[in-house]
Design a protein around this ligand. Structure first.
Ligand code: NAD
Length: 264
């Protein structure tokens, strides 16, 4: 795509202060989209991310630090987007957390937090973004699900349930917008080496007395036939494609980018 394909559009990406969200933000900015970032982190580091993106791509870069586990803070974030940009043209529901434990040991508060952040937040943002998108008759909603929205792994009950639910929300949103210029799709990554996955690498290294590199290889060998991590840049390229005119008739899909994970 050209460097101005998304010029004049505004993209709100939840959880874009690190990892996949930041990678997708960079890819959308490279196409000219103005950004509204969200996520936790040190205030100086976030200000630097904003300044760097603005300098590199010449786009407007806002930030709202809503805790998206709370519906009231999502309302405030969407009001900020309306005040800053008129509304959100591209909504990327990316923020997510994970916890690993058997069901009978799974802390109830972790279950509630994962469902709130990985699933309910996407309902709240979508609900608030849709009226503006429908009025403009153009919009893109991209939900970061996971291979765990398509297949399960033991010890990840809340994450698997939330990601399966998110694919259901994606399909429903796609049906409710089918005759408009708004599309909604999900992206289902396999392993991507972000802070979220590094925690699992660390746990594996500690459990099996492995080096960092050995633990990474062990995780990949179990699930991801390519033996390589998916990158935030590759996921960003897919998000840009979903935003393109060529993708107008792609609606309600759950598109895995997983090095062959779910093909097994
Ligand atoms: P990450 O931990 O690197 O980043 C998560 C982001 O979400 C951060 O910016 C964090 O500040 C933000 N966040 C967390 N809780 C929040 C809250 N309550 N309110 C606002 N922001 C919050 O994670 P990641 O690996 O980049 O994951 C991004 C998405 O991709 C998640 O939905 C995750 O489930 C999904 N995913 C990741 C992988 C992977 O291998 N990394 C694989 C499949 C799917």
């Amino acid at each position: 795509m050209s460097a101005s394909t998304l010029r004049g559009k505004t993209a709100l990406i939840t959880g874009s202060t690190s990892g996949i969200g930041l990678g997708i933000a960079r890819s959308l900015a490279a196409e000219g989209a103005n950004l509204i970032l969200n996520g936790f982190g040190d205030a100086n580091e976030i200000a630097k991310i904003q300044a760097d993106l603005h300098t590199e791509f010449g786009v407007d870069v806002g930030y709202h630090g809503a805790d998206i586990s709370k519906a009231s803070e999502i309302v405030a974030m969407m009001s900020y987007a309306t005040a800053r940009a008129g509304g959100v043209d591209i909504l990327v529901n990316n923020a997510g957390i994970q916890h690993v434990a058997a069901i009978e040991d799974f802390p109830v508060e972790k279950w509630d937090a994962i469902i709130a952040i990985n699933l309910s937040s996407c309902f709240h943002t979508t609900r608030l973004a849709l009226p503006y998108m429908k009025e403009k008759n153009w919009g893109r909603i991209i939900n970061l699900a996971s291979v765990h929205g398509l297949v399960a792994s033991a010890q990840k009950s809340a994450y698997v349930a939330a990601k399966h639910g998110l694919i259901g929300l994606t399909k429903t949103t796609a049906l409710e917008t089918a005759q408009t210029g708004v599309t909604c799709n999900a992206i289902c990554p396999g392993w991507v080496l972000t802070p979220l996955v590094q925690k699992q690498v660390d746990a594996r290294a500690a459990k099996d007395n492995l080096s960092n590199e050995e633990a990474k290889k062990a995780l990949l060998a179990e699930k991801q036939p390519s033996g390589e991590f998916v990158t935030p840049e590759q996921l960003g390229a897919l998000a840009v494609f979903f935003c393109s005119d060529a993708a107008t008739q792609i609606r309600g899909v759950a598109w895995n980018m997983d090095g062959g994970w779910v093909a097994q």
